[in-house]
Ligand binder design. Structure first.
Ligand SMILES: [Fe+2]
Length: 453
């Protein structure tokens, strides 16, 4: 009798865990606009023939009434011994600035109940972001602080700008699964927006591509296409409150073994998006770009960095598409021409705040003592200290470009104070979440200062 009770208890526990906690690695990302949100999750799945699933997301404004439903699209992923199915569902007809609850149903399994808030679409929306690169599974130092920020409702969107998990493909994808479970408490609540880093290079970035869902046609959406066809996890743009934000791949310039044409393709797309962003400046005065490797390097011993001039020539000035050819598709001139206000990068495992810089020269604002008050060139921030496995590299600068350097683990907070004023904070994990750097970036019209000249 006692044995039977134990057996029943084990069966009950197994069923309970399977039903309530059987769906993991849940995260959300921004849809086409404020009325949409994408839910993505992964199910480890050895065999393709098992991949006919009945998967749906139930969502609604009240915990007790999940009265909207959408069927998820599934895609089987296989690379060597790594096999899983990715599920993606696009929630539509959401009300902007509203709290929603959602639950996933996959065959007989149900997930726990998650919640998120849609972005506001009114002129007065002042969003708050967390921005960082280089967050691993084993040494995810910033996670407790990010969790706290999300729990306290201090963050509207998270940007993880390359280098995930170390690595998503390691141990046949098991490190990727663990990492995605680790970020679930934040990424299931707040849109988790991404671009690739060098650690995603394995198998032509396929593990990275299969785990995230960034809409690639947000500025010219093709709503009739299924969600899986509309994705571009390498370069994509969005408007949030007073900003157009563009995420792009610096890795195309370094992994040309996967092809060259994507460098030009991305460059043309960037120019088109930047033109559009300038047409929309009245409504969205700020243009912010994010990528993985900084144009200006201050880390000693990095093969992509020219240690004489402290720059990554390929991305800053352009790449030689053939021997002795001209440098092409350099991004610094493009970003300057179209008035990109701020650029965020990771890769170097520290925080470095640059004076406004263009062509290796500094252009501080002259309106006040604050160099970021009407700056004369884009502001570059390196924020790659969220939690990598390697220790902090040696910092080195040959000029006075960097005005603040921090080796502490941490991440950047960006907060709009009003339409023309941004506050940036660098949160230090080593100092128990204290802001160890803080600046204000100010302008008074939609275009940056250097575009008025
Ligand atoms: Fe990196």
């Amino acid at each position: 009798m006692k044995l039977l009770s134990i057996l029943l208890l084990i069966i009950f526990c197994y069923c309970f865990v399977n039903i309530v906690y059987g769906i993991k690695q849940v995260h959300i990302s921004l849809g086409t606009d404020e009325t949409e949100m994408i839910v993505t999750w992964i199910k480890p799945n050895k065999h393709y023939y098992h991949s006919r699933f009945n998967a749906s997301v139930y969502y609604g404004k009240s915990k007790t009434s999940l009265n909207q439903t959408v069927k998820a699209k599934s895609k089987y992923f296989k690379d060597g011994k790594t096999r899983y199915t990715t599920f993606r569902a696009l929630m539509t007809k959401l009300k902007p600035g509203t709290k929603y609850y959602y639950r996933i149903k996959l065959d007989s399994k149900k997930s726990s109940l998650f919640k998120f808030k849609t972005m506001k679409n009114d002129e007065n929306f002042l969003p708050r972001f967390a921005i960082y690169g280089d967050l691993g599974y084993r040494n995810a130092k910033s996670m407790p602080y990010l969790k706290k920020d999300v729990h306290k409702n201090l963050i509207d969107v998270i940007f993880h700008i390359g280098d995930f998990a170390y690595d998503l493909n390691s141990k046949n994808g098991r490190i990727g699964h663990k990492f995605m479970k680790l970020i679930e408490p934040i990424a299931s609540k707040v849109p988790y927006m991404t671009c690739p880093g060098n650690h995603e290079r394995h198998d032509n970035f396929s593990h990275y591509d299969s785990r995230f869902s960034m809409i690639g046609d947000r500025s010219q959406p093709i709503h009739s296409d299924p969600i899986n066809k509309r994705l571009n996890n390498h370069f994509h743009s969005m408007t949030i409150g007073p900003a157009t934000i563009i995420l792009f791949s610096t890795e195309y310039y370094y992994y040309t073994k996967y092809g060259w044409q994507q460098i030009e393709h991305q460059y043309r797309w960037l120019e088109q998006e930047l033109k559009l962003a300038n047409e929309n400046r009245q409504k969205h005065p700020w243009i912010i770009v994010m990528g993985h490797r900084p144009f200006y390097c201050v880390k000693v011993v990095d093969r992509s960095c020219d240690n004489q001039t402290m720059e990554r020539k390929e991305i800053r000035q352009g790449i030689r598409m053939y021997e002795k050819g001209e440098r092409q598709y350099g991004l610094e001139d493009l970003f300057f021409k179209y008035g990109v206000d701020i650029q965020f990068y990771g890769h170097e495992h520290f925080y470095a705040r640059f004076f406004p810089i263009y062509k290796r020269k500094m252009y501080n604002g002259t309106k006040s003592n604050n160099p970021y008050d009407h700056p004369g060139a884009p502001i570059h921030i390196t924020t790659g200290s969220a939690g990598s496995v390697k220790s902090h590299p040696v910092f080195h600068q040959s000029d006075d470009w960097v005005t603040k350097y921090l080796a502490d683990y941490g991440y950047t907070r960006l907060m709009f104070e009003d339409k023309f004023r941004i506050r940036l904070q660098q949160i230090s994990v080593d100092q128990n979440g204290k802001a160890m750097d803080e600046i204000e970036i100010i302008k008074s019209s939609s275009k940056p200062n250097w575009m008025h000249g």
